[in-house]
Design a protein around this ligand. Structure first.
Ligand code: SF4
Length: 236
């Protein structure tokens, strides 16, 4: 089936709550759906909702090898709280060795192209492996996060990832709603959020933001807002 045909067949989930959408995803796809987590605020909300629906839900993360220690700490806290394992996908060692040997360890500051090469090797290619065999994946994207995310739908055909279904249950949530759910349910979250980091990625590519700055301003801060995606969430 072509991507256009698939889009026509998608159910309309826009008016549904995150709980309703995850119930639907679990019933529809079973083991062929997985939640991608980078342990951001939205991810801890989705993990909680999804595991309440299915305690054996599949969750994976992409470990780029450049993550802050605080991310590993919240990863571990989540595993302990729910008595689960979150499956890690790492970049291929030979790809990283070749890249660093050619361009050096901090190539991402040199140009957008080299930054995207690093993201491709450390994130996109591992994501391709993580999505193999799945029919759908679930992400914590929200429309108000970035100019690149304003058009996302709660359910989409992910053309960049071989036409797999992509589900964004929190697409219409505000940051206030996310924090409200976290506090109400006493969820673990990355301690960097309390130190001025609203959005957290790899250590060398993330910094705290100043009051009034855009919430993604601390990600790849040396680039223009239009190029600030790592390739995991491209919309063609
Ligand atoms: Fe590399 Fe930075 Fe992308 Fe991480 S966020 S994969 S360190 S360029």
């Amino acid at each position: 089936m072509s991507s256009k045909e698939k889009i026509k067949e998608l159910p309309d989930l826009e008016g549904k709550s995150a709980q309703e959408i995850l119930h639907w995803a679990n019933a529809t796809f079973g083991k062929r759906v997985a939640l991608a987590s980078s342990f951001g605020l939205e991810d801890v909300v989705l993990i909680d909702i999804f595991l309440k629906i299915n305690p054996k839900a599949r969750i994976f993360t992409l470990d780029t090898g450049r993550l802050p220690q605080e991310t590993y700490e919240v990863w571990e806290r989540i595993e302990k709280r729910y008595a689960i394992r979150i499956k890690p996908y790492f970049p291929q060692a030979k790809d990283v060795e070749r890249m660093v040997n050619t361009y050096g360890p901090n190539l991402f500051y040199e140009s957008v192209e080299l930054r995207k090469l690093c993201c491709r090797i450390r994130k996109v290619l591992p994501l391709n492996r993580a999505l193999k065999g799945l029919s759908a994946w679930i992400c914590g994207l929200r429309r108000e996060q970035a100019v690149t995310r304003q058009q996302i739908k709660k359910i989409e055909v992910d053309v960049a990832n071989k036409g797999i279904i992509k589900i964004n249950p929190l697409a219409d949530w505000t940051e206030k709603q996310v924090w409200g759910y976290i506090k109400e349910n006493d969820l673990p979250y990355n301690s960097l959020h309390d130190r001025g980091y609203p959005s957290i990625g790899c250590t060398p590519c993330t910094r705290p933001i100043k009051p009034g700055e855009d919430i993604r301003a601390g990600r790849w801060w040396w680039e223009s807002p239009e190029s600030k995606e790592c390739g995991l969430h491209c919309r063609l």
